[in-house]
Design a protein around this ligand. Structure first.
Ligand SMILES: [Zn+2]
Ligand SMILES: [Zn+2]
Ligand SMILES: [Zn+2]
Length: 334
């Protein structure tokens, strides 16, 4: 399904307004695509759902970029790796030399042994036995400057540069980021859709309608909700209104959408199917919802599907058919 909004997403890439859709992380720690947000209607779902749907149809290429980690405390991204003391969580730990007295096992920083100056004899600070370089093992250990504990392996932590919270890596939320760019298939499809839309818009315009493409209609009665349609055509003089959507394939969802918008705005609902021919079942549903189904023939002319009850009649000129579709005249009866 490609809604008005999704077509506009493709337009934005196609006309070069943006090169591709790049992710950001919102204040809530969610992946967002700011370039898409003003275009999407409620029924399109989230940006990611809309973009994934277009990628699923091969219109967009979804490219992995990187992963980010979200602070469990303040939801900021950009956590930094840092090591910390496993005893007190202080991050001020250093790697330093330790001496171990082999006989008693006492271990301490080298300065506690005071070895290396030229005094004759040295004692182990613990067992007080004589020591020299032959019975001392030198090793590298971590020392915590906060609590003074020493250890072999520090803890792995992620440090939030925004709120300074220190979290275990598993507690941070991992977000995988993708970019979306237009594919050749998407470009071609978009061109065809826009072409068909303009064809239909021109048809209305030539008949004196005021035509708005990608209209967002607002109903006074239900507040802020916007209803998007590919074409909104009005003739104030004749008090005629048309709402039309163009889809490659038509299903009952699309029929219901345009039918609902038609009812809300007292407009004749039309649907133009570009790719697939319409099954009797779909035509039946369209009939039930009072939606007129259109298609484009080989010569590029817009035609109307006859009602399911009628036998399809290829005769009759397009203008008559469209007149009928928009309710000017009737072609009923032979
Ligand atoms: Zn934070
Ligand atoms: Zn000792
Ligand atoms: Zn410590």
């Amino acid at each position: 399904m490609v809604s008005v909004s999704k077509l506009q997403l493709l337009s934005k890439l196609s006309d070069g307004t943006v090169e591709d859709f790049k992710p950001t992380v919102s204040d809530e720690g969610e992946v967002a695509y700011p370039e898409t947000e003003d275009l999407l209607a409620h029924q399109d779902g989230t940006s990611i759902e809309a973009l994934d749907a277009l990628a699923g149809r091969g219109f967009l290429h979804k490219e992995y970029t990187t992963k980010v980690y979200i602070c469990p405390s303040c939801q900021a991204d950009g956590l930094q790796y840092i090591t910390a003391c496993p005893f007190c969580e202080d991050t001020h730990t250093i790697r330093t030399s330790f001496f171990e007295h082999e006989q008693c096992g006492f271990t301490a920083q080298s300065e506690d042994f005071e070895i290396g100056d030229h005094t004759e004899t040295q004692q182990c600070p613990d067992c007080e036995k004589e020591i020299d370089s032959s019975n001392i093992t030198i090793m590298q250990k971590q020392l915590c400057k906060g609590c003074g504990e020493s250890f072999d392996h520090p803890s792995h932590r992620l440090w939030c540069l925004d709120c300074f919270y220190l979290s275990e890596p598993e507690k941070a939320t991992e977000q995988t980021l993708y970019e979306y760019e237009l594919t050749e298939k998407g470009e071609n499809w978009h061109e065809a859709q826009v072409g068909t839309r303009e064809l239909l818009a021109d048809e209305f315009a030539s008949r004196g309608f005021d035509v708005t493409l990608d209209a967002a209609l607002q109903n006074d009665e239900d507040g802020d909700e916007l209803y998007k349609v590919h074409i909104h055509a009005t003739d104030e003089l004749l008090n005629q209104r048309i709402v039309a959507d163009i889809h490659s394939a038509v299903d009952s969802e699309k029929i219901k959408h345009i039918s609902t918008v038609g009812k809300l705005f007292h407009a004749q609902p039309l649907l133009l199917a570009t790719d697939e021919s319409i099954s009797d079942d779909v035509l039946q549903i369209a009939n039930q919802h009072g939606v007129t189904m259109l298609w484009v023939d080989q010569s590029g002319s817009i035609r109307r599907y006859e009602s399911i009850d009628d036998e399809y009649r290829p005769a009759g000129n397009i203008i008559d058919r469209l007149s009928s579709a928009v309710g000017f005249t009737s072609t009923k009866g032979d």
